[in-house]
Design a protein around this ligand. Structure first.
Ligand code: ADP
Ligand code: MG
Length: 727
């Protein structure tokens, strides 16, 4: 008989404790050494070619084939000097991880002699076998073609895996007709839309602004556990979370893990991970423990949203590889352990101009402050008008376990801005039209100008429970799940803010045409925005029940599950916003909606079969064996004429739970089979959500009770204390 749990524990205990020596080099000495940075491009290209490249990037123009050939040659020289043999188009399909297909530089020339080749064609476009990636009907089945196309804004990099080096070229993944099949294509379009809209508005304040970029600084939470434990838990392996498991006696009640000393084994992993990140130009800086045992976080300095999104995807991939080298496994699931805090990925977002201004940074001069207020208020208004879309873009089967689970923001989207800014907005709102006029010296009568510079000092009342919080000079979107690709939340945020800024500008321009001075026109419009969006503002405890009730009174949506949250993508309003701003056509939106529903269905089906399989071949057999022991004991005691109430009570209890578990499985199977007869993907997803998923919990409650009752040596799965308190 094999007891995986026992072997896992033995393996864990026999892990070598002496950690490897390492050379401590200055980070700056190897930072971005595996990235084809702008400086490297410049040194490998002729001056003219480099100029032409820069011009294309700045003006968003297509790179000519000739220039692409030159860049490809430069890339090849650099990569081959570093010992790279293969290249791949690296992309982010809607399946949730990154994809790549490796080709070698090596080929045979016409006369059969071996050569290394890489030209503009190979750089610009490739055709991976797309049939295994979801398309939501965008590719007819007979036409399984999908294309990857180079994103010249994101630098190529070299992945060094198992001693073999591959040049990775960041690309978008599109269909034959140019429809987006990935996360990056719509993200890039949204970045462009935000650039246009925000530049238009920023020019009210500074006519030298030519470009506005969305910035993103993510914070990635994760669990780290021993590899042996992971392999002894088929649920962790197949779904990323434990479908069973009783909370340990020592959980996180003491909260002694947060900011505590990082265990050595973990530390060693972190140092390695950071080194890999730095070589790839991912500017990670902080490392610390999170609230839950075995939970950690890492965060980089913020970057342009496109690059930051790529870097986060790359990080998730790196984490997995590096952890395995340390016999550890990274869990990116939002809720791997019931009763223990889940993991999120805070997305810190702002907008910055090519003149070096953070548009969400309160300034030191009156003009800067009006600029700050303009972007600040417009973001709030965008969130207010489209909170359903923000909810949709973070919707995932795994995030449903975390949102609103007493430790993470609820499914209600609200905005926290702090006491000080609340007062500022109230002040603007209460001004009469008359007060918004400028005096002879063109000074606004409003005294808010002087107030704002102090905002930066006033960060003490940060509200950690808010799903969308202003944190001094950026908004922090905290409802994003730890396993999510940041692209979707960024795409939605960029789009709704771009849309709002366009509307804002139209109205302000009208006021100006009607004779208002610019600043009063802006303030007038800001006041209107504040009035119509103030019910999205909430300063209190988002985890409380009182807030759920209050939000309901305010009419704020509280969509708790993914299948219905995704509906927001297909409303008339959403279709208009996405198509008007050239982010996603209606067809692309419908395809995405379909793919997300399909993903949801697959995930629940996997979990459901896991629950069944684990119960039938591991849990119940172990419980029945223990039950047999009890029966034998009871039989023996009754033969001896000795009362045995305790064994009898335990046997009754164990037997009752066994029956309940089995009945639950039967019920789940019946519910599952009904789903197959439903017609639409949405109906199926909703049925799985409402009819099947609740049974996981019902079955689990009995299994977790059995975990307490059944003799420890029989229990087949590593327990929470064994998985979580590894040092
Ligand atoms: P916390 O207190 O939430 O842990 P920090 O204040 O250290 O956070 O910053 C969190 C993240 O915010 C960092 O990843 C940082 O890069 C990012 N950040 C800071 N400024 C900006 C900005 N202007 N745009 C986007 N992200 C930013
Ligand atoms: Mg944070």
């Amino acid at each position: 008989m094999i007891n995986h749990r026992g072997s896992a524990l033995n393996l864990f205990l026999s892990r070598p404790k002496n950690l490897k020596e390492r050379e401590n080099k200055k980070i700056s000495s190897y930072y971005a050494e595996n990235v084809f940075t702008d400086a490297k491009l410049r040194s490998y290209l002729s001056n003219d070619a480099y100029k032409a490249y820069n011009q294309s990037i700045e003006q968003g123009q297509k790179i000519t084939r000739e220039l692409a050939d030159q860049i490809a040659a430069a890339l090849k020289s650099w990569a081959m000097e570093k010992g790279t043999t293969h290249y791949t188009h690296w992309f982010q399909p809607l399946t949730g991880s990154t994809a790549e297909k490796h080709d070698s530089f090596f080929t045979l020339s016409g006369n059969g002699s071996p050569v290394e080749k890489f030209d503009g064609d190979a750089l610009v476009q490739a055709e991976p076998d797309a049939s295994s990636f979801p398309s939501g009907g965008l590719r007819a089945t007979f036409e399984a073609r999908g294309y990857t196309a180079w994103d010249p804004m994101s630098p190529a990099f070299i992945m060094d895996i198992a001693g073999s080096k591959t040049l990775c070229i960041p690309t978008v993944f599109i269909s034959y007709n140019g429809e987006a099949l990935d996360h990056k294509a719509p993200l890039l379009r949204s970045i462009e839309a935000l650039d246009k809209a925000a530049t238009g508005v920023a020019r009210y304040f500074d006519r030298f602004v030519n470009k506005v970029s969305a910035t993103l600084g993510w914070e990635q939470e994760y669990f780290l556990i021993d590899k042996a434990m992971y392999y002894a838990r088929p649920d962790l392996m197949s779904s990323g979370r434990t479908v069973f498991g009783r909370g340990p006696a020592k959980g996180q009640q003491l909260e002694d893990h947060y900011f505590g000393a990082i265990p050595e084994r973990v530390y060693s992993f972190m140092v390695d991970l950071e080194m890999e990140c730095h070589k790839l130009g991912i500017p990670v800086r902080t490392r610390h423990n999170e609230v839950a045992p075995s939970q950690f976080e890492c965060a980089p300095m913020f970057e342009m949203a496109n690059i930051a999104v790529d870097h986060n995807s790359l990080l998730m991939d790196l984490m997995d590889r590096v952890a395995r080298r340390h016999h550890l496994i990274v869990l990116l699931h939002e809720k791997p352990f019931a009763g223990i805090n889940g993991s999120g990925k805070h997305n810190n977002w702002s907008m910055s101009t090519d003149t070096g201004t953070n548009l969400l940074g309160p300034g030191k001069t009156p003009r800067n402050n009006l600029q700050f207020l303009t972007f600040f208020v417009n973001t709030i208004k965008a969130v207010h008008d489209n909170s359903d879309l923000l909810r949709a873009c973070i919707a995932a089967e795994s995030n449903d376990y975390r949102l609103g689970a007493n430790e993470a923001p609820p499914a209600i989207i609200s905005v926290f801005i702090g006491e000080y800014l609340s007062k500022v907005l109230e002040a603007i709102e209460s001004r009469a039209d008359q007060d918004l006029k400028e005096d002879e010296e063109n000074n606004l009568k409003l005294d808010i100008h002087k107030m704002i510079p102090d905002v930066m000092m006033d960060n003490t009342d940060r509200n950690r429970t808010s799903p969308f919080a202003f944190t001094g000079n950026k908004f922090e979107f905290r409802a994003v799940g730890s396993s999510a690709n940041c692209a979707d939340p960024m795409m939605v945020l960029n789009t709704i803010v771009a849309n709002q800024l366009n509307e804002f500008k139209e109205k302000v321009d009208k006021h100006i045409e009607a004779g208002d001075k610019k600043d009063s026109a802006i303030l007038k419009e800001l006041r209107a925005c504040i009035k119509s969006s103030k019910n999205i503002l909430f300063e209190g405890d988002n985890y409380s029940e009182a807030w759920a009730n209050e939000a309901e009174k305010r009419g704020l949506p509280n969509v708790k599950t993914t299948p219905t949250a995704l509906d927001a993508y297909t409303t008339k309003k959403a279709k208009e916003i996405f198509s008007k701003n050239n982010i996603l056509s209606e067809k692309e939106q419908e395809a995405r909606h379909e793919i997300y529903l399909e993903n949801y269905i697959k995930k629940v089906e996997i979990e459901s079969s896991l629950v069944e399989e684990l119960t039938m071949n591991q849990i119940l057999p172990a419980c029945i064996r223990f039950q047999t022991d009890l029966f034998q004991n009871i039989k023996a005691s009754s033969e001896a004429g000795i009362p045995n109430k305790t064994a009898q009570t335990i046997a009754k209890s164990v037997s009752a739970h066994i029956d309940e578990v089995y009945a639950g499985i039967e019920k789940m199977k019946a519910a599952r089979s009904k789903v197959h007869h439903l017609n639409t993907t949405r109906d199926k997803a909703i049925a799985l959500c409402d009819q099947v998923k609740p049974l996981f919990l019902e079955i689990r409650s009995h299994v977790d009770d059995l975990e307490l009752l059944v003799e420890d040596k029989y229990w087949p799965l590593p327990k929470y204390r064994e998985i979580l308190f590894n040092r």
